[in-house]
Design a protein around this ligand. Structure first.
Ligand SMILES: [Zn+2]
Length: 445
């Protein structure tokens, strides 16, 4: 066999998240042109490939990059500004006015800081909602740092209860989205895909929803990303505005289906669960956000029992207050155990799948990412297993879900390119971003 030359990543432990959940000790992965070409033991890889670069994996766990299925990178500058609110007041009093007042430069740096935190803590793909205005600056931030994303402007045209300045008229919303689709969808070798981010039904008129659905159906691989059935007060308001419950209204609008992903999905009746199942709609569970806003607990087990694909998301810093998927993986497991009073609910192996391959499925990206398999994109992370929280080390998956945190991530690679390693961010100037956050803070104080 001809020995190919590129990069070999070694690891004491390799967690593949492949269909047989294979774990390999003394492992290595060979990558070339951003694609995984070989997976096996160190010995097997060294026999078949030679590399110009070897990344040492002593005391490291190598696993697929985490997939965050619901985020608001642009809200990062509002971290710590919106604590202890319930959803609708949280939106009206802090988040919507905060987003509305961001300058283009603030959209850029706030998003970039959010993406930096994601790659620092092991997220390689995110499903991200930006602002109504100046959202191009947020897309540029994703392009620059090198994160994989479904991303786009925030779409909202309606609701007298919410601040006038964050909404646009219906035609302007859809024209803006179409312009961005044509410019950014499926760019950077498919790393950036556009997302139709309809904020939620309370901020979108039926006319706008109709145009969003038409746009989704017109383009290849374009998804609708929205919030649904997050709090009881929100669900009551939707019934008032649309004349039917949340998921019945979305069904009537033809807004459901495998190319729609909805954040939260907490307050559903039996028929609504059936609607999610029948339409094969994707759900993103956001445990920290649901706890902090006192919204409720998503019944992940019920979704799994009817075959619904559920990813895990962090939501935004005003309701989390960070982008560390390790926190949300652990909390996802704990919440199902306590909700169902069942210690076997959502074991570590299942949670890790939700944050990797099933998150990829939720975003219709599973053919390219979400597991370490030959032919997939080299979106990989290394987690240190030599710190005090790693001893003893019986089971790597138990360690990743119940003991590790994002701060244990030592390297993050996307498309074969290192975007974080041992405290440094090769694609961005992190000090400049921190200064921009301080400048915003000074302006707000
Ligand atoms: Zn959200």
């Amino acid at each position: 066999m001809v020995k190919l030359k590129d990069t070999i990543l070694e690891a004491d432990t390799l967690v593949t998240c492949n269909p047989s959940n294979k774990i390999v000790k003394n492992a290595a992965v060979f990558i070339s042109n951003g694609i995984i070409q070989g997976v096996g033991t160190k010995k097997e890889i060294n026999q078949n490939f030679s590399a110009s670069k070897i990344i040492d994996g002593t005391n490291k766990i190598l696993l697929p990059g985490l997939v965050n299925t619901h985020s608001h990178s642009v809200q990062t500058f509002l971290r710590g500004k919106a604590d202890d609110y319930a959803l609708l007041d949280w939106l009206k009093e802090v988040v919507l006015p905060g987003e509305a007042r961001f300058t283009s430069e603030e959209v850029y740096y706030s998003s970039l800081l959010g993406f930096a935190e994601m790659v620092r803590t092991g997220t390689t793909t995110t499903n991200d909602m930006l602002t109504t205005h100046d959202s191009i600056a947020g897309i540029q931030a994703a392009e620059e740092i090198g994160i994989r994303a479904r991303i786009g402007k925030m779409l909202m045209d309606y609701n007298d209860d919410f601040s006038e300045i964050v909404r646009e008229d219906t035609e302007t919303v859809i024209e803006g989205a179409r312009k961005q689709i044509n410019e950014y969808h499926q760019t950077h070798n498919g790393r950036i895909k556009y997302s139709l981010n309809a904020r939620f039904l309370l901020s979108c008129s039926p006319e706008l929803m109709k145009l969003i659905v038409e746009t989704r159906d017109e383009y290849e691989d374009l998804m609708i990303h929205s919030h649904a059935s997050e709090s009881q007060a929100e669900c009551d308001a939707v019934v008032k505005m649309y004349g039917a419950s949340y998921f019945r209204s979305l069904k009537k609008l033809n807004a459901l289906g495998p190319e729609t992903i909805l954040a939260h999905g907490i307050w559903l009746d039996d028929e609504e669960y059936e609607i999610v199942k029948q339409t094969n709609t994707r759900i993103t569970h956001n445990p920290s956000s649901n706890c902090k806003l006192a919204s409720g607990i998503c019944d992940v087990l019920r979704y799994h029992s009817i075959g619904v694909i559920v990813g895990i998301g962090t939501d935004g810093p005003p309701c989390n207050n960070n982008f560390d998927m390790f926190h949300d993986m652990r909390l996802a497991a704990f919440l199902q155990k306590v909700k169902h009073l069942d210690e076997l609910a959502l074991p570590a192996e299942k949670v890790l799948k939700m944050a990797t391959i099933e998150g990829a499925q939720a975003l219709n990206w599973e053919n390219e990412i979400g597991s370490i398999e030959v032919g997939k994109k080299a979106d990989l992370i290394m987690v240190d297993s030599n710190d005090v929280n790693s001893f003893p080390f019986y089971n790597p998956v138990s360690h990743l879900i119940y003991s590790a945190s994002g701060k244990d991530v030592s390297m993050t690679m996307i498309d074969g390119k290192i975007v974080y390693q041992d405290g440094s961010f090769p694609t961005i100037d992190i000090e400049k971003i921190k200064k921009a956050a301080e400048k915003y803070q000074n302006k707000m104080e």
